[in-house]
Design a protein. Structure first.
Length: 443
């Protein structure tokens, strides 16, 4: 299909997935040199969606034929949907080549609305596609280890909207080291050839991963701010339902948006399955990614840290190892708080949830002792600006070392959507109404 170069006086219908409402929104023509120029007084850029970039493991590479012997996505179209949190008058996307082995040449890109407002669908609403540009150009070569932010799109996105981003790579990336977020819990569509503007990708191959896409920003009012959730698979959503957006961060967002005082808070899920705080496990360690995944995100006022169970699960089972992992995690949490406070960001600590019955629970109980010790530190150290007691929210009162059976997905570590709702409900909404800490605060 022939690509449109300008869109004048078009009216699109934003499909708000969380409510089913239809919100008519006028879309003005793009301005020279081919993209919008936000000018609203007092407004600012806020990340409305994010996904932690990481090096793609062999099992999570694009399915055949999109992974070759020395390159990926050659002459291929990639269509992905994401669930934005807050809305705004203009939109722009972030693409990441953080772990690419070579430059990433993106030939062209577009943003559109998915059919019926759905997540993980391959079809888009006819007439809703907007060409994405980079400094007025339709494509960009993203250097190795870098990211690219698009020009602003004159597209007013409503809160809770599912958004479709389509990329076309003519030559592909000349490496099998690529950047992705494997735990998308959302279906993406891959099709050979240039199908950027096709309303449906008939015959496409599917994969439940996000590739290259790391963020969406909106030009929002001065009251709009963001909260980052730093975590592992429990925050990434293992055990949640594919294409249903029922991770605990999604359910927290729904709670906040039901309250006028917190309706303008974006929730940024910066978690990855298998991630650790102290060392590289799956993806870079949390200490190393604070600058990129928290401080470099737009509009952040709050950070909630819910991570450490993988560090404990990999630790030795001696008394000295228990003391060491407790002390090391406490030091790491202090480092995160100090670095966030320097940027005026409030930091909340969440207690670690039970894993009794899982392989992390060694027969001698050393890992459980470490979890209890770390949780005591989180609750009593006074380092966090507030504490969210996730342990209390989901443990079995009759057996506190285990998850409540109704919340357990079956592996005695991860939660089902009902359990994730319990985590979301345990987060006090008022934590996202306070002012930022003074920049440089050392508490």
């Amino acid at each position: 299909m022939k690509r449109a170069s300008a869109l004048v006086g078009v009216v699109v219908t934003l499909l708000v997935a969380t409510t089913g409402l239809l919100v008519p929104t006028a879309v003005r023509a793009d301005t020279s040199p081919g993209y919008a120029t936000p000018t609203t007084k007092g407004a600012h850029w806020v990340n409305t969606w994010a996904a932690m970039p990481q090096l793609t493991e062999p099992a999570n590479m694009p399915p055949a034929p999109f992974t070759g012997s020395d390159r990926v996505f050659e002459n291929a179209t990639l269509r992905q949907t994401v669930h934005v949190t807050v809305g705004g008058r203009y939109t722009r996307i972030r693409l990441s080549n953080a772990f690419g082995g070579t430059d990433l040449p993106v030939t062209s890109a577009s943003v559109a609305l998915p059919v019926d407002g759905g997540a993980g669908v391959g079809a888009i609403v006819p007439g809703s596609a907007r060409p994405v540009t980079f400094d007025g150009q339709p494509g960009i070569d993203i250097p190795k280890a870098a990211q690219a932010v698009s020009d602003p799109l004159d597209l007013d996105v409503g809160p809770g909207t599912n958004l479709t981003v389509t990329l076309y790579l003519a030559t592909g990336q000349a490496s099998t080291a690529i950047t992705s977020h494997p735990g998308s819990r959302t279906t993406s569509y891959l099709l050979a050839g240039d199908h950027l503007d096709d309303t449906d990708l008939t015959g496409a191959t599917t994969a439940d991963h996000w590739y290259f896409l790391s963020g969406v920003e909106t030009w929002s009012g001065p009251a709009t701010t963001a909260a980052v959730l730093l975590g592992d698979s429990l925050t990434d959503g293992r055990g949640s339902t594919t294409n249903r957006n029922d991770r605990w961060p999604d359910q927290l967002l729904a709670r906040l948006q039901s309250r006028p005082a917190t309706a303008d808070v974006a929730i940024l899920n910066q978690a990855a399955g298998g991630n650790c705080v102290l060392r590289d496990c799956l993806g870079p360690n949390a200490l190393s990614r604070v600058d990129r995944d928290v401080l470099a995100q737009s509009g952040v006022r709050w950070l909630l840290v819910f991570e450490g169970v993988n560090d404990i699960g990999a630790a030795a089972t001696t008394d000295s190892a228990t003391r060491r992992i407790t002390a090391d995690l406490g030091t790491a949490y202090r480092q995160i708080v100090t670095r966030a406070h320097a940027q005026g960001i409030r930091v909340y600590g969440a207690t670690l949830t039970p894993f009794g019955g899982n392989s992390y629970n060694d027969p001698a109980g050393a890992h459980e002792a470490a979890r209890q010790a770390v949780n005591r530190w989180i609750r009593t150290s006074g380092r966090f600006d507030a504490v969210v007691d996730f342990d209390k929210a989901v443990r079995d009162p009759e057996n506190p070392r285990r998850l409540l059976p109704a919340y357990d997905v079956g592996d005695h570590l991860h939660l089902n959507p009902t359990g994730y709702r319990a985590l979301a409900d345990a987060v006090p909404a008022h934590l996202f109404t306070g002012a930022a800490v003074p920049p440089g605060f050392a508490g």
